[in-house]
Design a protein around this ligand. Structure first.
Ligand code: BES
Ligand code: MN
Ligand code: ZN
Length: 462
């Protein structure tokens, strides 16, 4: 993984003025000669750059940040606008010389770091050209730790299943644990057949060396008992209910929940805030073979509840159920699951606004506000009790895929909640984990969702 970095403060950096749009044109920062910028058509539109000439080349630049959102807590049209400067300015170090009061500098600086992410495992990538000197007034360590967590999550998601099978995901978790002194326990293969039958059933058809496993990380130190569970489906073919090719194409990202909880653990550990944290990742490949689990099979979960498999493509909730039950047994104060769980969540809110489910209003409000304030938007959806009947089939306690598919994100969340009983509070995130087309700071490919919302809400949640 590459390390996120700011430019050293002493390097001869050039000034960059951020300019907001007023009702009658740009709100020029004091003392900046604007005749040249005006003449060249600079209107302070979001992302607009105006290079300022000086002796021997470019002396500085103006960067448009558009109009402030009104009211201020309303979602702006674009996040991480300053990432456009990272991508568009000439090579070298830049420092912020002027920033409008309305501009959120921490988001901007984080966006700049996000824009410098490269996935270069298989192809040489151009290194970042313009670098930012960390501006005064932002928490440098926190920004770097958040960017490092984001980079890790992106790397894990972007790596194809050929190099990111269950064993590779275990190796990545072990690396993370080694970096931060966490302990690791892994239950794999046939050892799952006793107490984690659903993880075993989903993962048993994968090829040699790709056996299913449950990865269990514990971080040393004091802190509230918080357990994060991430869906680690390294590739989702759908199983015998096989996906059509268009739907299967990006299913290397089906371990996005695992990538996000590991990325969040990386951030927390770097900030010295991981004490008491536990991370569980059920890691499997949902493959097709003579040994695949079948539609109609009835599985007995770790919790004892029986589950009728009505669709082998609803595999995420099966492996998460066993991991959640295991997590809930020790009664953590807060239990969080993150999973690329349903297509229905995308239909409801789109790829960029992950829903979360939580019965505790105070916890939900803390999460919503933290997401809003830290450029990591999320939206609450309900554990809608009246739909419980939809997940109760004829011949077993639970149904993994109710027919009809109505309220698919909710019925999946209700299914998971059955296994999370015993935790103080339970929160479930149904994330997409993928940037379908490039946006500022977020190149096409794996992306973190919900990590910063959880990070900043943690003190209010646990
Ligand atoms: N990993 C998929 C969900 C998914 C698909 C997330 C596309 C993001 C993008 C999950 O395992 C799945 O296949 N879910 C099914 C459930 C259905 C069979 C009840 C779905 O959503 O179609
Ligand atoms: Mn599936
Ligand atoms: Zn899946």
């Amino acid at each position: 993984m590459t390390e996120p970095e700011f430019a050293p403060a002493d390097a001869g950096s050039r000034p960059l003025w951020l300019v907001a749009q007023g009702d009658d044109g740009p709100l020029w920062p004091e003392g900046v000669e604007c005749a040249f910028a005006k003449a060249s058509g600079f209107a302070a539109k979001p992302g607009q750059i105006c290079l300022l000439p000086g002796e021997g080349g470019v002396a500085g630049a103006l960067f448009g940040v558009g109009k402030p959102a009104t009211p201020a807590d309303r979602p702006a049209r674009e996040r991480f606008t300053l990432a456009r400067a990272a991508e568009g300015l000439p090579e070298g170090a830049w420092h912020l010389a002027g920033v409008p009061d309305s501009y959120n500098l921490a988001h901007g600086a984080l966006g700049w770091l996000f824009a410098q992410y490269r996935f270069d495992r298989y192809k040489k990538a151009e290194p970042p050209r313009a670098r930012l000197v960390c501006p005064a007034g932002v928490d440098r360590e926190a920004l770097l730790a958040m960017a490092a967590g984001e980079y890790l999550a992106r790397d894990l998601i972007n790596t194809p299943a050929s190099d990111m099978g269950p064993a590779d995901l275990e190796a990545a978790a072990r690396d993370l644990a080694a970096r931060h002194g966490a302990s690791v326990e892994v239950i794999s293969g046939e050892a799952l057949a006793e107490n984690f039958l659903m993880i075993h059933a989903v993962g048993r058809a994968a090829g040699p060396g790709r056996a299913p496993r449950l990865i269990d990380l514990r971080f040393p130190g004091d802190g509230p008992a918080v357990t994060l569970v991430g869906k680690g489906v390294c590739f989702d073919t759908g199983g015998l209910d096989i996906k059509p090719s268009a739907s299967m194409l990006i299913m290397k990202k089906d371990m996005g929940g695992a990538a996000n909880v590991l990325g969040l653990a990386e951030t927390l550990a770097r900030l010295g805030r991981a004490g008491g944290l536990r991370v569980l990742v059920p890691a499997v490949e949902n493959a097709v073979s003579g040994d695949s689990f079948r539609p109609g099979d009835v599985l007995t979960s770790r919790k004892g509840l029986t589950v009728e498999v009505n669709n082998t493509d609803a595999e995420g909730r099966l492996i998460l159920a066993d991991a959640l039950a295991y997590a809930a047994e020790e009664g953590p104060r807060l239990l969080v699951s993150m999973a690329t769980l349903t297509g229905a969540a995308r239909v409801a809110l789109g790829p960029d606004l992950p829903p979360f489910f939580c019965d505790d209003d105070a916890v939900a409000e803390a999460l919503y506000q933290a997401g809003r304030d830290h450029a990591d938007p999320i939206w609450r959806m309900p554990f809608w009790e009246p739909y419980e009947a939809m997940i109760e089939p004829a011949i077993a306690d639970l149904d993994n895929a109710p027919s009809g598919g109505f309220a698919g994100a909710i019925t999946a969340a209700l299914f998971l909640r059955r296994f999370a009983e015993g935790a103080g509070a339970y929160v479930h995130f149904d994330i997409y984990g993928w940037q379908p087309s490039a946006a500022p700071g977020r190149p096409k490919g794996g992306v973190g969702q919900g990590m910063r919302a959880i990070l900043h809400a943690l003190p209010r949640m646990a």
